[in-house]
Design a protein around this ligand. Sequence first.
Ligand SMILES: NC(=O)c1ccc[n+]([C@@H]2O[C@H](COP(=O)([O-])OP(=O)(O)OC[C@H]3O[C@@H](n4cnc5c(N)ncnc54)[C@H](O)[C@@H]3O)[C@@H](O)[C@H]2O)c1
Length: 323
Amino acid sequence: MPKKTILITGGAGFIGTHLAEKLLKSGEEVFVIDNLSTGSLKNIAHLKKNKKFHFTKDTILNRKKLENLIKKSDQIYHLAAAVGVKTIMEKPLESFLNNIKGIEIVLELASKYKKPILFTSSSEVYGKNDSLPFKEEDDRVYGSAYNDRWGYALSKGADEFLALAYFREKKLPVVVVRLFNVIGPRQTEAYGMVVPRFIKQALSGQPITVYGTGFQTRCFTDIEDVVEALVKLMNHPKAPGQIFNLGSEEEITIRELAQKIKKLTGSKSKIIFIPYTKVYGSGFEDMEHRKPDLTKIKKLINYQPKVTLEESLKKIIDYFHEN
Ligand SMILES: NC(=O)c1ccc[n+]([C@@H]2O[C@H](COP(=O)([O-])OP(=O)(O)OC[C@H]3O[C@@H](n4cnc5c(N)ncnc54)[C@H](O)[C@@H]3O)[C@@H](O)[C@H]2O)c1
């Protein structure tokens, strides 16, 4: 098979660097554009040695730079976005505009040059819907417009709408993937992600801080399973124009997660509980449970997550020890 040239927007971030690694291993040429807002040069230091890896430090809002990159690419993975509840709560305007304007430019140029694109949406789009597990066609239920917390979900929801409209009206091959709590080495704790935050606290002997009651549940997905599925979806002829949940069905409460991490790190840290309002201000709402229905992705690409939560946590703990 002839090797492809692939563009990853946001490719210096957590998921993007693992995706770049996988594509480079298969011999593809990889271009990354990232403004390093939440990504970092440290994340891609090991990739820079590869002659087929090319990095541009810029924002995707720079149309000229992006156009040059899209022109020479065969496929585009659009990952660049303002990410994490903390980022969205702290900079609601910038985050919202970044996510909406960014995809608008990416889609317009992808359509101009007829380049297939995969867009990473989020389980957040289901909002306060409580009919579990979430199916792709389920309703999206959001809270008050006065609550900044819903800005991320809304921006990703609008992005999905734009992506599907490009598919319907312009025949642009677009795949939308809703990711459910991806974890792995290189994910930073700086923007509110729970697993790296707990591990860092456990390893440094600080209290492990559980927000809320800790009875909320999540399904964590290992990065290896995620990047493998992203590549398969991008290359499947029946995927364009569709939305896919991508995650794991292994559900755990956040208090159990804290206990597991404490045990795996051999930490003496205390586990303490902090009300959401203390962390994010009054009126903050969280989704109690989030679980994907994976029927659709299993059927199309035979998806089956292979890495267990415990294996994934051990890899991340090793990564923290090494760094
Ligand atoms: N990690 C998860 O659990 C998860 C869950 C759901 C969805 N997602 C989605 O997956 C994608 C990747 O997330 P991640 O976890 O790797 O986060 P990340 O923050 O590590 O990666 C996002 C990258 O985008 C870059 N970026 C942001 N705005 C940009 C802009 N205007 N121009 C260029 N680069 C820009 C950041 O610097 C960063 O490197 C995002 O779209 C995110 O919404 C992630």
